[in-house]
Ligand binder design. Structure first.
Ligand code: KE4
Length: 426
């Protein structure tokens, strides 16, 4: 496989951009390869600058649920762009976006921002402002973006790099972040009791997808709801990944649990930089300019980004059956990977259109069990799949994202490539 131009671009990039990338996990460091620089994408296919094509399971880390270069999304972006790129004033599509999100998802009010990180940091500040409390409880291995208080036992790229805590986070900030064990309600209750009346909120990925994919055990989310109510803390669902992916109403609708605040990103931008936070009106009204919690953004609600997000969300809202189709297709993928790995230490977790192959013989139910995965074995698998035209996330601790553009033939090609990759190593 020719990789000349990617290698040349990476060499130049490393002189000008930290690690040659604008987001760490893209550097392929944990899989010991150089990244492929992508020239174009369409449907579920990526084409790199050397002309190699891949079936793409990164999907821009989740946004591209309809597939890359969706014609309706592109048309909406072109039409909006022709009317100007940014006004710094309210526009009609911001109202349409708020109407659509509050109609299809269980939130009463929403504020648009520019990334999932910004959505999370704003929701945390709002929770603290609303409750008058300082501490936040998160879960080891969950990733909520790179706001200081969230880079404590974080997942995703922070975990991939083997550094779940980050330099530069003041001890006084980290001290207000409590870390519990995912799927372990006792660890949550003991922290709430030890920090009685000090915890503003529990923030959780309702499906953990940044330590690989780890679904909630039965009763876990319900238990968090009960513990928050009993201790006067808010429940924040970080739905940057699960929002509009697990179901049209996200994890709240999928599991039937009402959070107090929810964060969104990825899918709601249709590929453009968009985040959002929302929830109960009595809480959201505390956000400036109607309340004392300040949050702002030059490009928040950008008209072109709104047009892209609206086009994607409208197509999803018009096609509710897609979610079962994606779940069925992802289930077939998961079963195929399990068969391909027969006899090898591999556990495949799957829920909805999210899937992850862990190189471990034991069940993966939290950060501790996820960390037991053999990352060297994953790296070898990743390389074998890449060679066979399958583009996975370059980390054991990320998800495979299945979307509408993944055909049955692509799923079967992926399963066959997995069998060959695993046998070539065995
Ligand atoms: P962004 O700031 O990257 O838009 O969103 C941060 C974020 C918040 N919450 C959850 C649950 C997330 O998964 C993310 C970001 N996800 C990672 C992939 N696991 C983004 C990829 C990257 O960092 O390059």
């Amino acid at each position: 496989m020719k990789t000349t131009l990617s290698e040349q671009l990476f060499a130049t990039a490393k002189e000008l951009i930290p690690g040659g990338v604008n987001s760490p996990v893209r550097a392929f460091a944990s899989v010991g390869l150089g990244p492929r620089f992508i020239a174009s994408a369409s449907g579920a296919t990526l084409t790199d600058v050397d002309g190699n094509t891949f079936v793409d399971y990164v999907a821009s880390w989740g946004p591209m649920i309809l597939g890359h270069a969706d014609p309706d999304v592109l048309a909406a972006v072109a039409e909006a762009s022709a009317r100007g790129l940014s006004f710094g004033a309210p526009c009609q599509d911001e109202v349409r976006m708020a109407e659509l999100i509050t109609t299809i998802a269980p939130v009463e009010m929403v504020r648009m921002v520019n990334s999932g990180t910004e959505a999370v940091m704003s929701a945390l500040r709002l929770a603290r402002g609303h409750t008058g409390r300082d501490k936040i409880l998160k879960f080891a291995g969950c990733y909520h973006g790179h706001a200081d208080s969230m880079l404590v036992k974080a997942g995703s790229g922070a975990l991939t790099g083997g550094v779940p805590d980050s330099a530069g986070v003041p001890a006084c900030v980290a001290a207000d972040t409590l870390t519990a064990r995912y799927n372990d309600l006792d660890s949550v209750e003991s922290l709430l009791k030890e920090n009685d009346n000090q915890v503003a909120a529990i923030i959780v990925e309702p499906v953990a997808a940044n330590m690989g994919v780890v679904p909630p055990k039965d009763g876990f989310l319900e238990g968090l709801r009960r513990l928050c109510d009993n201790h006067g803390a808010l429940l924040i669902f970080d739905e940057v990944i699960t929002g509009f992916r697990l179901s049209l109403g996200g994890a709240q609708a999928y599991f039937g649990i009402q959070a107090d605040l929810v964060t969104y990103g990825k899918i709601i931008g249709g590929g453009m930089p968009v985040g959002a936070y929302g929830g109960r009106k009595d809480i959201m009204r505390k956000v400036a300019p109607t309340g004392p919690v300040y949050q702002a953004g030059t490009l928040s609600g950008n008209p072109v980004a709104m047009a892209a997000g609206l086009a994607q969300l409208r197509k999803l809202a018009d096609r509710p059956a897609l979610y079962q189709e994606l779940a069925d297709r992802t289930n077939r993928l998961a079963e195929g990977l399990r068969s391909a790995a027969a006899g090898l230490p591999m556990r495949v977790n799957q829920i909805g259109s999210l899937c992850c192959a862990f190189f471990t013989a034991d069940p993966v139910v939290d950060y501790e069990s996820a960390k037991k995965a053999d990352t060297a074995a994953f790296a070898a698998f990743f390389a074998g799949m890449l060679q066979r035209g399958i583009y996975l996330a370059p980390s054991q601790f990320e998800a495979m994202f299945v979307g509408a553009a993944h055909s049955d033939a692509m799923i079967e090609k992926t399963i066959a490539a997995a069998g060959e990759s695993l046998r070539s190593r065995a």
